[in-house]
Design a protein around this ligand. Structure first.
Ligand code: IPT
Length: 970
């Protein structure tokens, strides 16, 4: 006989699952707060005498519930992606089984009354055994699912003693192999709820919408019977009875909820009703008769201090940030979230895929032998999980798909779950990615498919399945990417190209970026500096490093550049310049990319800038546009000022006209830029070219430049001391450069290291002076190969401007792309303020630059850095025309590029960035390092998906580029 925590049963003594509701007139108390706690390294270290009410726990410690003991100094967090951190021998678990005994004494509020009551656990990882007032109630598994016990008969007004024993490992752990930290404990709230006689045992709100008639049909099933009222609709009907009436439908864009009330003989509960109908028809996933486009993210529940315990503020913050970044869908990867999160999705408007708490990914490493999903002995546990999710969450209009789970192979158990779900809730289609045949699902879902394959799927021309019947069926299903755009570190790249496919092929209904948040745990260095820890930082014997940090927001929920990029790529209004348009200043095309909404909630504003300086702004009249429609709008004559020269740009922005629950009026939803009619080019300064001359101390002076006569290196530009520009091809590999071990290589970073791009040698072959030039001929190459980049630096000077032309000619048979191609130099640390005209304000790389807008930007060098949890290449500003670095007195250096360049400035050289493991490993030196790149290799999504698209690769080829340097304020 196996102990309860190892047997396959989902639990014992637990009540059947029921719909969750946030409020009711039946009383409830929360037991959150300080509990007594005792830790043991094994499941059997202590007997169960602690469950007796009179047990003396004075020598125990305090622990905050909800929470995880692993972040409170007992045991430690551990991170693995797919590997089980224990021998795979289901359903057995190791002897080392961290176990937490919890005790909590509570009183009932005055007037609580007699009768039934339930003890509710929102989430406990991974197995709990429960006693109240010395009486055993039972045990349960299923960490992110609710469990309840009947306790009315045991409660007393004062001094109730709740005892809970929680084991980190149980048979349930085999079903919970999601890619995240293992964090045992009572991590969601515990409540006691009165269930007066005649109160709601369970209820199911059915609220469909007929887009042809514009009518909604409401029917509420309830045990026991009662009445439902919806005052705004004038409805007052019996449960079980249906009413059809004209309504405003619910959608993610217009999440209209009707307040109602369900009244049974023993209870009143508020309802929030959203009318919508989800269907798969004509090969498309439709809501209220229309194809929807999912602009989604995968969201784990994560907090850098509290693990998977999230308060209402953090949940709302996630959703507000999502809405502000044009995200309209969430996949609750890979388990049902806290139910309050779903209430917020209903309220704020998000399409939700609610996913069951099921993943058995580690069996993949065993060739799927012994997979519980294909073993009937596990079926009760699987069905229990399906039931607990569907029953708890069935009343949320935001949930449009049920997902069977993630990465658990295929098998009878999944089919049984699917059959049960279909029967219980035919109103929602089913999702599961792990079965390519789609036998149990209603949508074809994939993760990390590359662009070319998505395009084939979009044309319904994908590789056939071997079973022709299943193939025909699948070919008619709508397609979504339940995971794509792996947001690990710098990136993801290639989002724009995916979006074009989603817009072009109606079958491709969008997807969910992996993932929302970096799961970095907040830690302090011995000096008290904050950093975020990842796998291996807690001494785990098996771990997957920083693969746990792959979100669009940093652990502290600050948006990363990836989120800013995603917002731009998925914006629901497109604003683009029309070439040859009729407007005197130009013409813009405005396209409404919403699925349901018009543009009435938006206002359009234009601004006009010359060389990055504002010349005027105003409102733009845009005609009403239904979803999918577009219009051309003419711009007025630009407000040019006398003497304006150079580049002029229009920026047109769509902003919220009124406050919404997630952003204030004026919040920018979408934008576009277009060049305005050309202005005269600035008159070139008339200077003669300077002639080089020998100076004192073995230097060559050319205009404002002083060079080392032996090496040809620039030492000074007027009074500014420099470490001369020289060729640089290395960048600190990004996670996407490193690539995923299980994807076919070679991955770019490994190739770059193999060739030796991080240890290039520079040989000076000649320093030659001509009448007005200084030419430095070099060969830049790594040891052990005959590959090289012949690099010639040709210097000229006119007035205060020193010009550098770089000519790079490759030698040898280069096998792949370069990380970057440009020059690096260093200046004094005091030049800490950067200003530039070009792409900004955030970073941008060839395939992550949709969000960079042309403008004049200014920020301290420190603010140019992006603090990726594992340090790596970051912070480049694309398309820079000129950049300046100045000190507090305004003096400094100006750089002009021809053509435009990519500009990076940081207080450490690339070697230190490459070596750093955590942000706190980087310490400012006495110089600022500048990287002026003619080109960078794209970013891609190779950390778990396709690499850089051909058009964004930096192939090795001859290159010519020019920089102009001048000093400022000397
Ligand atoms: C996929 C998982 O579903 C997800 O949980 C996460 O691990 C993600 O990858 C990578 O961060 S599975 C992957 C092996 C394709």
């Amino acid at each position: 006989m196996l102990p309860y925590y190892e047997d396959r049963s989902p639990g014992s003594g637990v009540l059947p699952p029921r719909a969750w509701f946030a409020a009711s007139d039946a009383r409830r108390i929360s037991l959150h707060g300080t509990w007594r706690f005792r830790f043991a390294a094994t499941a059997t270290e202590h007997d169960d005498s602690f469950t007796r009410p009179d047990f003396d726990d004075s020598r125990w410690q305090n622990l905050l519930v909800p929470g995880t003991w692993a972040l409170k100094g007992h045991g430690a967090p551990a991170y693995t992606n797919t590997a089980y951190p224990f021998p795979v021998d289901p359903p057995r678990v190791p002897d080392e089984n961290p176990t937490g005994d919890h005790r909590h004494v509570f009183d009932l509020p005055d007037g609580w009354g007699e009768g039934p009551a339930v003890l509710h656990f929102g989430g406990v990882e991974s197995c709990a055994r429960v006693w109240l007032n010395g009486q055993e109630l039972g045990h349960f598994k299923g960490s992110r699912l609710p469990h309840e016990f009947e306790v009315g008969h045991l409660l007393r007004p004062r001094g109730n003693v709740l005892a809970v024993r929680v084991h980190q490992w149980s048979s349930g752990s085999y079903l919970e192999d999601q890619d995240q930290w293992w964090l045992p404990g009572i991590f969601r709230n515990v409540t006691v709820q009165r269930r007066p006689r005649g109160s709601v045992v369970d209820h199911f709100v059915h609220a469909g919408f007929d887009h042809v008639t514009g009518e909604g049909t409401l029917r509420v099933e309830c045990a026991p019977a009662g009445r439902v009222t919806v005052p705004e609709l004038g409805l007052d009907l019996a449960t079980g009875e249906s009413a059809t009436i004209s309504v405003r439908p619910w959608s993610s864009e217009e999440p209209h909820l009707y307040d109602g009330e369900l009244v049974t003989p023993g209870e009143r509960i508020p309802l929030r009703i959203g009318f919508r109908t989800v269907r798969v028809e004509d090969g498309l996933l439709k809501v209220n008769g229309r194809r929807i486009l999912l602009r989604g993210v995968n969201r784990h529940e994560f907090h850098p201090r509290y693990g998977r315990t999230l308060g209402p503020e953090a949940m709302r913050r996630d959703l507000v940030l999502m809405k502000r970044h044009n995200i309209n869908a969430v996949r609750t990867s890979h388990y049902p979230p806290h139910p309050a999160f779903l209430d917020l999705c209903d309220e704020l408007g998000l399409w939700v895929i609610d996913e069951c708490d099921l993943e058995t990914h580690g069996f993949g490493q065993q060739g799927w032998r012994g997979n519980p999903v294909d073993d009937e002995r596990w079926e009760p546990a699987l069905l229990d999980r399906a039931r607990r999710m569907v029953e708890r969450d069935k009343n949320h209009p935001s949930i449009v798909l049920w997902s069977l789970g993630n990465e658990c192979g295929t098998g009878r158990g999944l089919s049984a779950m699917a059959a049960w779900m279909r029967e219980r809730d035919p109103s929602r289609p089913l999702h599961y990615e792990g079965d390519r045949s789609c036998a149990d699902t209603d949508v074809y879902s994939r993760m990390y498919a590359g662009h070319a394959e998505v395009e084939r799927i979009g044309r319904r021309e994908e590789e056939p399945l071997t079973d022709p019947e299943l193939d025909t069926r699948r070919r008619q299903l709508p397609f979504l990417l339940c995971e794509y755009g792996h947001a690990m570190g710098n990136g993801p790249g290639g989002l724009s190209e995916y979006q074009r496919l989603f817009e072009r092929y109606e079958r491709c209904q969008g997807g969910f970026v992996w993932e929302w948040i970096d799961h970095g745990l907040r830690q302090l260095t011995p000096d008290g500096e904050v950093f975020h820890a990842y796998g291996g930082d807690f001494g785990e014997e098996l771990h997957d490093g920083n693969f746990v940090c792959d979100g669009l927001v940093f652990p502290d929920r600050v948006p990363s550049p990836g989120l800013v990029e995603f917002k731009k790529v998925i914006e629901p209004v497109r604003i683009e310049g029309v070439t040859g348009g009729a407007g005197p200043g130009g013409t813009v095309r405005i396209t409404n990319l919403h699925d349901f909404a018009g543009l009435g909630h938006l206002e359009f504003r234009w601004s006009y800038e010359v060389a990055g300086e504002g010349r005027g702004c105003g409102w733009l009249e845009v005609p009403p546009l239904a979803p999918g429609e577009s219009a051309e709008v003419e711009l007025t004559a630009p407000p040019v000022e006398e003497g304006d020269t150079g580049e002029a740009w229009w920026t047109v922005r769509a902003v919220l006209a009124e406050d919404t629950p997630w952003a204030d009026a004026g919040h920018e939803v979408a934008w576009g830029q277009l060049p305005a009619p050309a202005l005269p080019a600035p008159a070139p300064p008339e200077h003669v070219r300077a002639a080089p001359r020998r100076g004192e101390g073995n230097v060559i002076v050319l205009g404002p430049g002083t060079f080392d006569a032996g090496t040809g290196a620039l030492r000074y530009l007027d009074g500014v001391q420099l470490t001369g520009p020289r060729l640089e091809v290395w960048r600190a590999p990004t996670d996407n450069d490193e690539g995923a071990a299980w994807l076919p290589g070679p991955h770019p970073a490994a190739e770059w290291r193999r060739i030796g791009l991080h240890r290039m040698r520079h040989r000076v072959d000649a320093v030659e002076t001509g009448p007005d030039t200084l030419v430095v001929r070099t060969r830049v190459a790594p040891a052990a190969t005959d590959l090289a980049l012949r690099t010639v630096y040709r210097w000229t000077a006119e007035g205060g401007l020193l010009r550098l032309e770089v000519a790079v000619d490759p030698e040898g048979d280069w096998p792949g792309p370069l990380p970057r191609l440009g020059v690096r130099m260093a200046v004094c640390e005091s030049l800490g303020l950067a200003q530039w005209f070009g792409g900004g304000p955030g970073e941008g790389y060839p395939d992550t630059r949709a969000a960079a807008r042309v403008g004049r930007w200014s920020m301290p060098v420190d603010a140019l850095q992006t603090p990726y949890v594992r340090p790596q290449e970051n912070g480049a500003r694309p398309d820079v025309r000129w950049a300046e670095l100045t000190g507090s007195n305004g003096a400094g250096l100006r750089i002009e590029g021809d053509p435009h360049f990519s500009f990076t400035a940081r207080r450490w050289p690339v070697e230190e960035l490459t070596a750093a493991r955590h942000t706190t490993d980087l310490t400012p030196g006495d110089r600022i390092w500048l990287y002026l790149d003619h080109a960078q290799h794209g970013i891609g999504s190779g950390s778990c998906g396709p690499g850089v698209l051909p058009q964004h690769r930096l192939e090795v080829a001859p290159a010519r580029f020019t920089f102009g340097f001048s000093s400022l304020g000397q």
